[in-house]
Design a protein. Structure first.
Length: 154
């Protein structure tokens, strides 16, 4: 099985369609990112289409999930003002996903193992961030209660 041509075409449009004289490539993902709300929605629809087509083409759940993480990273960083615009031109999630599909179809066992490993690392990271947020919330609330009680009259 090979990566479907429609996926390659969409990834090219979104990530590498245009070339500057210095060889640097960019696509519609970066350009449309300048349109608040609508631009990212359009590129997200195409990115999700790539994920669906990957699943329909026979990619394993762990590989499609890893592809989803590439898109998720793109979307999370997009929310940061200015950095999000720059990141759209640098982080080529759709191209990464096509390359991942190519590697999967060439060597499914190895890529599936790598994808599982990546997913485990991501879940551990998310869990640690969650624990850090809960701990920080607890510490801030404890400090606020302590300060409130300390400043009560009498």
């Amino acid at each position: 099985m090979n990566t479907p041509n429609d996926i390659r075409y969409i990834a090219d449009l979104l990530d590498t369609k245009f070339k500057l004289p210095n060889g640097w490539r960019f696509g519609w993902d970066g350009i449309l990112g300048f349109i608040p709300g609508v631009g990212n929605l359009i590129t997200d629809i195409f990115s999700i289409y790539i994920l669906v087509r990957a699943a329909m083409s026979g990619c394993s759940l762990s590989v499609v999930s890893r592809m989803g993480i590439n898109v998720l990273i793109d979307n999370i960083v997009d929310k940061i003002p200015l950095l999000g615009f720059l990141f759209d031109f640098i982080w080529k999630a759709n191209t990464k996903n096509v390359e991942l599909m190519d590697r999967y179809f060439a060597n499914p066992d190895q890529v599936q193992k790598q994808s599982r490993r990546t997913l485990i690392i991501c879940f551990i990271f998310i869990f640690l961030v969650f624990v850090a947020c809960v701990t920080l919330t607890f510490l801030v609330l404890s400090w606020l209660v302590t300060e409130f009680v300390r400043h009560l009259p009498g």
